[in-house]
Design a protein around this ligand. Structure first.
Ligand code: IPT
Length: 984
């Protein structure tokens, strides 16, 4: 039996033999990158390959080659017993996704004997004059033991944190051997909602440490908003000279200077570059002067309240997992800046240090979170939770220290977050005390302890709007079990909405609602949408079709299923419609049109508007008539001005709209000149059209059998159904009450599962029965009853058709009949997702033009990004390829829609009286619902167009509150009208 102290991977200690954590820095000290191709052997348990691989002479040519950094589960490697390397993706040996559950039995700190272990080997050369050095791993998941030239250097846990060893690197040939275990005691502290991805997944380097090199340095760069003066002191463990040429500063390490500076903020990321030079090396400094304070329960930076327009960002790439290259990090930062996001919570671990350097440079507020989450103890009733077990204090503190020490010099980091979802425990007091002592310059966040005793913020996840508003007023309910004084303290804290708006599938809804509530209360320093990017992997199926793999595509339990696909970016980093919506909601200029003109408010906290200019365009029914620019006075933070509208409506009939856009005057680091940061539309006038005089046609009723003709329409006299329209063979229009459920429609854990209610009442399988086909004056009236098998409840529909010369008019009236209560659900909850009509057209149709909201999808609770205008698109381009097929592509407030086909086919124009929602696709809602992946969707040979009175909102119920009542469609008598015109 192995001695317990040999089982280091199950040790409560976080590591051994490691150097003390220190600040991340760029240095001119000689550095050898050890990234590249290593040798690798995957083993079934923690013994690995034994000890032979440490030796210089070991022959590793039969081992796999592997890229470092990478996760071995995403590479081609040989599994124990197999003949050659293969991809583990999609297998139980591959990437595994759990949301809250532990992948190991709960028995801390032990892990199963089945513990995939990778032995890594690298032979590298050091120059002849190479001296003393350290070996640094920026991230190894989850536990690693390291040997250099046969000598054991130590071992470590803490996957998303750096570790350094003193490394006796020799001039000439060196052999580095690393053993990495998939599961370890560290696993119990790393139960974040994400894929389990083992391996050496961040950079490995050897850094020379000449005599007098800087071990650690601490930049103190304060800004006094009252005087405009900055204070700089750089502490170092060795004598050194600090130089900031731009400020004419030369001072000793440890010495303090006061000097007039421009402060750093996310909106004005003013960095002063310089160096710290000691006898042994020169370190790059990027100094941002700023002060973070909580004053009167409000978070301030540089004396001004600050508002986080934030997102939660996991590190993810659909090929390489949490191994990201710099280009990908830049892409993330640029995309955030371009979408008006100004803050990132590094959920739920410190990111690659380069990402934070980019945040300093491009300007993003960072809430940096420690690599610490014990969520899975929820399945043990929190029994044994490390947070409340003193034996785990050292390992927890080790993580927080490694984060704070690494990133203490980053101006972008303004809040330290101790952990995510780890419930309560005294160990958090230990962490808090240590952080306060080490870095009093930043506030501390811990969201989960209801007493908030270790947090400078009150914080929650996914509250509904009413609760959030009460919090803003400091009138929220008291959390259970909290005494008066703790409650009073908590109520005095600023509020940070650490997660909201669950962007899973189509959604979230209510981004604009949340933003409005948050902006209304100074207590609320902003929020962070969950989350930035879908964690899906690019994968091919047996038929070689590419798809985005989620947890449920791996046959493994426990399995977090699709919950890893909840980002604003799709896994391939294309923005989802939700990101455009977020950008529109977060725009840094706010507009309001009133009698006095157009009020423009600078919604920024620290920057004025000198970088922006305004331009406008005048449109009549979506056609541009005139454009121009508008003077924008330089508005200070939170200032406003009233501008006269630059143009006015004419007399021609139609809708006169002016659209104002704020654009970057000059290029910024993150976007070119002309990039649009804010938009606003004003309806100047809706000039009525003169009534055309047209000839009303009566229906021609056949004597026996035959079809009924009415204007351009031909109807089946028995069913009353439209057969052709201006010569186009059609299916329907027929009442449609259903949509393919979105992730949010399915709720979470049995709560708010609207989709289940819809299915229980049969909305997904309604049968249509014609009860009457009558000629009433000039109209054809068709009465129908629409109901599902098994149930007595129904929708009663009246289709009233009338015609003039060239058009067919349809007036629809829907009633809800019967009890609608014959299900396990209460009738009150049975709102329908859609109240509309489904029309089938020949598959030769494919082109669309419309006047209404666009160009991208819009829903009643997500329509800020979709401006009113005239748009054109191919049907195929209107499909939003959610990786799990579901309702998508709705367009609200459509005035008219034109559908065109192959040359020679009549053009069909549908006019709203006054408006409708449309969706067009080559498959039905039922097909969408059935498909598991987008490639399951097949062209049915028909085009299915929905012409809807309304569709329900999206909400955020996949993790969040129920869809607000006002975004549901009540079951009550409803009527709407459309006009159909066909032209050749
Ligand atoms: C919250 C988690 O912090 C986050 O990691 C993610 O899992 C999110 O939920 C849902 O996708 S925790 C949840 C219990 C509210």
């Amino acid at each position: 039996m192995t001695e317990d102290n040999d089982r280091y991977w199950e040790s409560l200690a976080p590591g051994a033999g490691r150097r003390a954590p220190r600040a991340d820095a760029r240095t001119d000290a000689r550095t050898l990158s050890l990234n590249g191709t290593w040798r690798f052997r995957l083993c079934a348990d923690a013994r690995g390959t034994g000890s032979a691989f440490l030796a210089h002479g070991f022959d590793d040519t039969a081992w796999d080659e592997i890229a470092v950094p990478s996760h071995w589960v995403l590479e081609r490697v040989t599994t124990p017993g197999a003949a050659g390397p293969a991809s583990l993706r999609g297998t139980a040996d591959g990437p595994l996704y759990t949301n809250t559950a532990f992948p190991v039995p709960i028995d801390p700190p032990r892990v199963p004997t089945e513990n995939p272990t990778g032995d890594y080997r690298l032979v590298f050369d050091a120059p002849d004059d190479w001296g003393r050095s350290v070996l640094r791993f920026q991230g190894v998941d989850s536990a690693a033991k390291v040997w250099l030239n046969g000598e054991e250097l130590g071992w470590s846990t803490g996957s998303r944190l750096p570790v350094e060893f003193d490394a006796p690197v020799r001039p000439g040939r060196n052999v580095l051997a690393v053993r990495v275990h998939r599961w370890s005691a560290g696993t119990y502290l790393e139960d974040q909602d994400m894929w389990w991805l083992p391996g050496i997944f961040r950079d490995v380097e050897v850094i020379e440490r000449p005599d007098g090199a800087v071990d650690d340095h601490h930049v103190h760069a304060d800004y006094d908003p009252a005087t405009g003066m900055g204070t700089l002191r750089v502490d170092a463990d060795v004598p050194g000279l600090v130089e900031i040429p731009e400020l004419g500063l030369r001072l000793e390490a440890g010495e303090e200077a006061r000097i007039a500076v421009e402060p750093w903020s996310a909106e004005t990321p003013r960095l002063y570059r310089g160096t710290l030079t000691s006898r042994g090396e020169s370190i790059v400094l990027a100094v941002g002067f700023r002060r973070v304070e909580i004053q009167g329960g409000v978070l301030e930076v540089n004396g001004a309240p600050v508002f986080f327009r934030g997102v939660n960002r996991h590190e993810h790439h659909w090929d390489t997992g949490r191994t990201l290259d710099r280009e990908t990090m830049v892409a993330d930062v640029v995309a955030m800046k371009r979408h008006n996001i100004n803050a990132v919570r590094t959920s739920h671990y410190p990111p690659h240090p380069e990402f934070l350097r980019l945040c300093d440079e491009y300007g993003l507020w960072v809430v940096e979170e420690c690599d610490l989450e014990t969520h899975g103890f929820i399945y043990a009733g929190w029994d044994g939770n490390p947070a409340s077990d003193p034996r785990w204090a050292a390992a927890m503190l080790d993580r927080v220290r490694r984060m704070v020490e690494r990133d203490k010099n980053r101006p972008s980091v303004v809040v330290w977050s101790l952990a995510n979802e780890s419930w309560v425990g005294d160990n958090f007091a230990t962490l808090e005390e240590w952080v306060r002592r080490r870095d009093p310059s930043r506030p501390i966040l811990y969201e989960r302890d209801p007493s908030y005793r270790n947090s400078d913020f009150y914080s929650l996840m996914y509250p509904d709007l009413e609760r959030l508003d009460a919090i803003g007023r400091r009138e929220e309910d008291r959390p259970e079990g909290i005494d008066d004084s703790a409650d009073a303290r908590r109520r005095g804290l600023p509020f940070l909405l650490v997660e909201y708006a669950h962007a899973m599938g189509n959604g979230p809804g209510s981004l604009a609602d949340y933003h409005a509530v948050m902006r209304n209360h100074e207590r609320i320093c902003g929020g962070f949408v969950w989350e930035w990017i879908d964690h899906g992997f690019r994968q091919v199926d047996a038929a070689d079709r590419e798809f985005v793999m989620h947890g449920g595509d791996v046959d493994y339990r426990p399995n977090g299923g699709r919950y890893c696909l909840d980002g604003l970016l799709f896994a391939d980093r294309t923005p989802s419609p939700a990101l455009a919506e977020l950008a529109a909601v977060l725009q840094p200029l706010e507009f309001e049109h009133g009698a006095m003109g157009l009020t423009v408010r600078n919604a920024r906290d620290h920057a004025d508007t000198a970088d922006l200019s305004l331009r406008w365009r005048l449109e009549l029914d979506g056609r541009t008539l005139d454009t121009g620019s508008l003077d924008l006075p330089v508005l200070g933070p939170r200032d406003e001005a009233v501008l006269p509208l630059p143009t006015s409506a004419g007399e021609d009939p139609g809708e006169w709209w002016v659209t104002v856009e704020a654009v970057l005057r000059d290029g910024a680091l993150w976007a070119p000149a002309g990039h649009v940061v804010a938009r606003h539309q004003v309806l100047l006038a809706d000039v009525p059209r003169r009534q055309r005089s047209s000839r009303v046609l009566p229906p021609s009723v056949p004597l026996s059998g035959g079809d009924i003709e009415l204007g351009p329409g031909r109807f089946d006299s028995a069913t009353g159904r439209l057969i052709s329209l201006g010569g186009i063979p059609v299916d329907g229009p027929l009442l449609d009450l259903y949509r393919a459920p979105t992730e949010n429609d399915r709720g979470q854990g049995g709560r708010n599962n609207l989709a289940a209610v819809w299915s229980a009442v049969g909305l997904d399988r309604m049968l249509h029965r014609t009860d009457a086909v009558e000629v009433a004056g000039d109209a054809l009236v068709v009465r129908s009853r629409v109901a599902a098998a098994t149930h007595p409840h129904a929708a009663g529909v009246q289709y009233r058709w009338s015609a003039d010369d060239d058009a067919l008019r349809l007036d629809v009236t829907v009633d809800f009949l019967g009890p609608w209560t014959d299900t396990p659900y209460q009738q009150r909850d049975i709102a329908v997702p859609r109240l509309g009509l489904r029309l089938g057209l020949p598959g030769d149709y494919g082109g669309l033009a419309w006047f209404g909201r666009g160009p991208d999808e819009s829903y009643r609770d997500s329509r800020s990004a979709a401006l009113v205008g005239r748009y054109e698109a191919a049907i195929d381009d209107l499909q939003v390829g959610y990786p799990v097929p579901q309702e998508n592509g709705n367009h609200m407030d459509t005035r008219w829609l034109e559908i065109t086909g192959a040359p020679g086919l009549p053009r069909l124009r549908v006019e709203g009286l006054p408006r409708f929602d449309f969706t067009a696709r080559r498959w039905t809602s039922e097909d969408l619902e059935r498909a598991r992946h987008p490639h399951d969707l097949r062209d049915t040979g028909r085009v299915w167009v929905n012409l809807d009175h309304a569709q329900a909102g999206l909400g955020s119920a996949s993790v969040g509150p129920a869809l607000p009542e006002r975004y549901r469609i009540p079951r009550r008598r409803t009527a709407w009208s459309l006009r159909f015109v066909t032209t050749l």
